[in-house]
Design a protein around this ligand. Structure first.
Ligand SMILES: [Fe+2]
Length: 301
């Protein structure tokens, strides 16, 4: 896909989102200054989006993205505190099974030169990332087929594929967006405070992250994460990246099938343990976790 095409697609998607948001805010019963501010931001954004006719520059995309980020932050907090719209928090429509798409880059392929060559960016995005998207879509469709037919012989294979390609797709989607030739060079505010608290200083964090990245065994990623449990930042390595998880997801229901969890009682009959376990699941807690986790929604791809 050419840059112009992906830019246009991005503009279309942002327009749709801004219009939906405008409707949601319009339906709110109370209107405070915050809501007014967001409405003004929306009309500014829509004016900007409508102003493009021919060639779109990547600087335009960067400035749209900045506006979108601010608007998203401002409007999310308004909508979250507004009970009337509680059930309509879903600003974006989620992805249906097997319908993930390659997200457009928020800049041109040569924008990161000389640090990352244009050729690498193009291959990395068009070929590698696309193959993760395709692989994830296939795995999701095959798992859907297994549920429909009750034929789970290959489930292990498709779970692995979903983890490998899913992590690939989600991590690359984050990766493209955390880079920008004109980005902010150093964090400030709350994030900087938390980095200082959790790592000692920004320099200490940077050194730790650099070393973790250099020392990833084989292929993989260095990842700065937010732990929703310990309310702490942490640096992790993801070797390869699949390890049967999909990064950028939050666990809702988990079942421990390490032998220590059942062996004393069930010996090697893991299947019996799994079957019996369903009798003691508390869906209240799963529902709570779902309710909290689903408040966090990135733009879907
Ligand atoms: Fe990659």
């Amino acid at each position: 896909m050419s840059n112009q095409l992906s830019y246009k697609q991005y503009i279309q998607e942002v327009t749709l989102w801004a219009e939906q948001l405008e409707t949601l805010l319009g339906e709110m019963r109370t209107e405070d200054n915050e809501a007014k501010k967001s409405k003004n931001e929306i009309s500014d954004l829509l004016n900007l989006l409508n102003s493009f006719e021919n060639e779109i520059q990547y600087e335009d995309i960067v400035s749209i993205k900045e506006k979108v980020d601010i608007l998203y932050q401002d409007s999310s907090s308004i909508l979250q505190t507004n009970r009337q719209t509680d059930e309509r928090l879903n600003l974006y429509n989620g992805i249906k099974i097997g319908e993930h798409k390659l997200p457009p880059l928020p800049y041109s392929y040569d924008a990161l030169e000389p640090y990352i060559a244009s050729e690498i960016m193009e291959l990395h995005h068009k070929k590698h990332h696309q193959s993760y998207v395709d692989g994830l879509n296939k795995a999701e469709r095959m798992m859907e087929k297994a549920r429909q037919t009750g034929e789970f012989d290959l489930i292990k294979h498709w779970e692995r594929e979903a983890a490998f390609h899913g992590s690939g797709h989600y991590l690359h989607t984050i990766f493209w967006n955390v880079m920008n030739p004109r980005g902010k060079k150093i964090p400030t505010g709350k994030l900087l405070n938390k980095i200082t608290e959790d790592f000692g200083s920004f320099d200490a964090f940077k050194q730790h992250f650099t070393e973790a990245a250099k020392k990833v065994e084989g292929v993989g990623w260095a990842i700065l994460v937010w732990s929703t449990r310990s309310h702490k930042l942490e640096i992790l390595q993801s070797e390869r990246h699949q390890m049967l998880t999909q990064w950028d997801t939050i666990p809702l229901l988990v079942l421990d099938v390490w032998e220590h969890a059942y062996y004393l009682q069930y010996k090697n009959e893991r299947a019996d343990y799994v079957q019996n376990w369903w009798n003691i699941v508390d869906w209240n807690e799963v529902e709570n976790r779902f309710k909290e986790a689903s408040k966090l929604q990135w733009k879907p791809f």
